[in-house]
Ligand binder design. Structure first.
Ligand SMILES: [Zn+2]
Ligand SMILES: [Zn+2]
Length: 497
């Protein structure tokens, strides 16, 4: 008796001839017979043909591989559909990862996914139907809880945002009611008052617009130093010379740490001039006058601090122009970090010898031009060397001009060069201050003594008093220096820059 016949005989013994059971029970078959790995459960009411196909479909060999290909039973798609519709299989050796019950599957590919090629893998990743359902249920509940949590958070955020909005509106309304600066002007922050002069100059040129926030004034801001700008603006705000402008963006505000009030970012808010432009312009006249003429150690200190600030801005402006030339015009790197200190010294030397900003722009232009020409003549030199050489060249040009008393033309900085916003205003104010104390101006003025002072009567007290003269007479400028030999440098100068 062949192996297969023996098996059939045993099967017949196990499943006695089909009788219609009283209560319908599914037809159950197990493969392989000796040590079953797979139990097929066929629906009790499956037609004879479907029963036969299901058994053929699910039968496996002793090693757990399929006894036959689906194609060998019939048209593959049809066979699979019939088997799936009327039967399922339980993988007896593949326990559920959760409850250890054997896992049931509805088709061969799932069977192999769970049990591997031989349907005996203990697949720790797979769950039985029951457990899958429970897991899915749990997952659904978890997602619902998470969604609910999210909803609550969103609601809270929404409430906070609305609260912030209300508080911002409230604060801006308060700010809008500010009409008078604190009196007197804060004398302990002369640089803040100097910045105020520049701000009012800006406001005069841009009527109807708020003063821009620091984040929108460009990288150099008002004084080329973001931290200093922030401090000076804060001083002006606390002196009630500035208020927050209603145009300040919502992101400029945040709920304060204790949650009771709001705070604003002084770099993000836009500003409003308190008390109207006309009053501010009168105040500026007073500030400028104080800075020019007020006697005593405190004003002298203020003048000194202001002069130092202007000097710093002028140096920053020229070194920024040189960097821009090198990077934008020539495609070189900026002046290397190691030579920046030296560059600042060279620029300071130029200013100290009386060269104007326009002349310094001219020097910088020529220095970059010479450095580029030098690089062309020395093919082994790269862009970084040329950038570095521009410092040497600038130094040489200034020294030569000083030595030979050449007159240097004044160049206007091109439009792509951005200066700190306060520079132009500070430059004018600085020149005004210098003129008051300039010896040659005092000497030419007929209204004051050799110290630049004049005796007058105090308009309020009537007492004799000594005032510093602002020398209201026109004093002709002294031409100095000789024209430099023409045609030397001029050819490479940008016409009408
Ligand atoms: Zn389970
Ligand atoms: Zn005078």
């Amino acid at each position: 008796m062949g192996k297969r016949e023996r098996r059939r005989k045993r099967e017949r013994g196990k499943n006695p001839s089909p009788r219609r059971p009283v209560t319908p029970e599914p037809i159950v078959r197990e493969f392989p017979l000796d040590a079953p790995r797979l139990r097929v459960v066929i629906k009790h009411d499956a037609p004879e043909d479907a029963q036969r196909i299901s058994a053929l479909y699910w039968e496996i060999k002793d090693d757990g591989t399929w006894a036959r290909t689906v194609g060998s039973i019939g048209v593959a798609g049809d066979i699979s559909a019939v088997a799936a519709a009327h039967s399922y299989a339980t993988l007896l050796n593949c326990p559920c990862a959760n409850c250890s019950e054997p896992i049931s599957v509805t088709n061969r590919s799932w069977a192999n996914k769970v049990g591997g090629k031989n349907l005996d893998a203990e697949a720790p990743a797979y769950l039985c139907g029951e457990c899958t359902k429970i897991r899915q249920q749990e997952e659904t509940e978890r997602k619902q809880r998470a969604a609910e949590q999210k909803r609550i958070e969103r609601e809270h955020e929404q409430q906070q945002a609305e609260r912030l909005q209300r508080l911002v509106a409230h604060v801006l309304a308060d700010e809008g009611r500010k009409t008078e600066p604190a009196d007197p002007l804060p004398k302990d922050s002369p640089l803040a008052l100097a910045l105020y002069v520049a701000l009012i100059s800006y406001a005069t040129r841009n009527p109807g617009k708020p003063l821009p926030s620091l984040t929108s004034t460009g990288p150099l801001g008002w004084t080329g130093d973001a931290e200093q700008d922030r401090e000076l603006l804060s001083d002006l705000y606390h002196a009630k010379l500035l208020a927050l402008a209603p145009e300040s963006p919502p992101q400029a505000f945040t709920l304060s740490q204790d949650g009771d009030g709001i705070a604003f970012f002084s770099t993000e808010v836009a500003w409003r001039v308190v008390g109207g432009l006309t009053a501010a312009q009168e105040r500026v006249t007073k500030i400028e006058d104080d800075l020019r003429t007020r006697p005593g150690p405190e004003p002298a200190e203020a003048r000194e601090a202001f002069t130092a600030l202007v000097d710093r801005l002028e140096v920053l402006d020229i070194s920024g122009y040189l960097d821009n030339l090198l990077t934008k015009k020539y495609g070189y790197p900026a002046v290397p970090e190691a030579r920046r200190e030296e560059l600042a010294d060279v620029i300071r030397k130029g200013f100290a010898h009386g060269y104007t900003s326009g002349q310094m722009i001219c020097f910088a232009w020529r220095a970059a031009d010479s450095a580029a020409a030098w690089k062309e003549r020395n093919p082994r030199m790269g862009p970084p060397e040329a950038a570095s050489a521009s410092v040497t060249s600038l130094n040489g040009k200034i020294d030569k001009a000083i030595e030979l008393h050449h007159s240097i033309p004044e160049y206007e900085a091109p439009r792509w060069h951005a200066s700190p916003l306060a520079l132009a205003c500070f430059r004018r104010l600085h020149a005004d201050i210098r003129r008051v104390y300039a010896r040659e101006v005092i000497g030419a003025c007929t209204q004051c003594d050799h110290l630049g002072l004049k005796e007058t009567v105090h308009p309020e007290t009537g007492a004799d008093t000594v005032w510093r003269c602002t020398h209201p007479v026109e004093i002709p400028a002294q031409p100095h220096g000789e024209e430099e030999p023409s045609g030397r440098d001029a050819a490479s100068d940008p016409a009408g820059v």
